[in-house]
Write a protein that binds this ligand. Structure first.
Ligand code: ZN
Length: 64
């Protein structure tokens, strides 16, 4: 998992993985940002993400 990043919502304790080379993942991040528009969002290294955060990547990919 070298240099993998996550888009994180600090309010919901949820995240999606970021892959800027993939248009599908770009849609995932855009939709995640939209759904959490009023929340505190940030992008961080996946390796630094606290364990309490839950991945919504599969859910968003299924709808991308
Ligand atoms: Zn949120």
């Amino acid at each position: 998992m070298l240099d993998v990043k996550a888009r994180v919502c600090l309010n919901c304790y949820e995240y999606v993985l970021v892959n800027s080379a993939s248009t599908k993942f770009q849609k995932v991040v855009a939709k995640f940002d939209e759904d959490h528009a009023l929340h505190m969002l940030l992008t961080m290294a996946y390796g630094e993400l606290p364990k309490a955060y839950v991945s919504k990547t599969d859910k968003y990919l299924a709808n991308a």
